[in-house]
Design a protein around this ligand. Structure first.
Ligand code: PGA
Length: 250
């Protein structure tokens, strides 16, 4: 049995232009169908497209999100930065925080914690990314890394209502490699156990990300701990994105 109450988040990274909205629109037809109605779809295009995406998807079941944010919650002298207030005012309802491509560029757990706090202030839904590198996996440090990223990133957070976690092993992102089923089940369960420690009543969704494609979506979605996908490359192609949703919802 696959789960038909999943969340599908498209992470377009540094790609896309205005004309791609029409491609994204074919998705709306699909998710209006009864069978797919309980699924959520979120597009996270670059900042420059958020407003047009939000306007275009206003009367649909598709939400829009940002791929990152500045940690400062108030407006201010931060040349080139976009904070959660600006994201919210452009119509987005979601924000991805802690993507490994930004952690690599120097984002620390402490900084990510501030970003989460400022997203909560603006009532944005947060997709908080965690995951081990290949080197950490080889050294059998995965559980320690996941625990640290969760406990440090979510330190002093009291309101978990709008938070989801995306487990993205760094070595699976953009490589075409996905973890073995047993490994994925183990790590998803670990994450859920840590979340329970942070918050007793655990209703936080855990997504998987890293090389999700139409040909592995069905298998992956059968893993009961997986409650959604964060999809990079394949989400740029509307047909592939639609196929992933269809194959996960059968
Ligand atoms: P991918 O990217 O699907 O291209 O592996 C996932 C992500 O980075 O969020």
């Amino acid at each position: 049995m696959t789960n038909n109450n999943m969340i599908f988040v498209a992470n377009w990274k540094m790609n896309g232009n205005f004309s791609d909205i029409s491609k994204a629109k074919i998705l709306n037809k699909l998710i209006k169908q009864r069978k797919f109605k309980r699924n959520k779809v979120v597009y996270c295009p670059p900042y420059t497209l958020i407003k047009s995406f939000s306007d275009n998807f206003k009367k649909t079941n598709i939400s829009v999100g940002a791929q990152n944010c500045h940690h400062q919650s108030e407006y201010g002298a931060k040349t080139g930065s976009i904070n959660c207030k600006l994201i919210k005012s452009s119509g987005a309802k979601y924000v991805i925080i802690g993507h490994s491509e930004n952690r690599i560029d120097g984002e620390t757990d402490n900084l990510l914690n501030k970003k989460i706090q400022s997203a909560i202030k603006e009532n944005l839904n947060i997709i908080f990314c965690i995951g081990e590198t290949l080197n950490q996996k080889k050294k059998k440090q995965t559980s320690k890394i996941l625990k640290n990223q969760l406990f440090n990133g979510l330190r002093n957070i009291k309101n978990f209502k709008n938070i989801s976690i995306a487990y993205e092993p760094v070595w699976a992102i953009g490589t075409g490699i996905v973890p073995k089923k047993s490994e994925l089940e183990r790590n998803m369960k670990l994450i859920k156990t840590y979340l329970k420690k942070l918050k007793r009543n655990n209703s936080i969704k855990v997504l998987y990300g890293g090389s999700v494609k139409p040909d592995n979506a069905s298998e992956l979605s059968k893993i009961k701990e997986i409650e959604g996908f964060l999809i990079g490359g394949a989400s740029l192609n509307a047909k592939k994105f639609v196929d992933i949703i269809k194959k996960s919802s059968i």
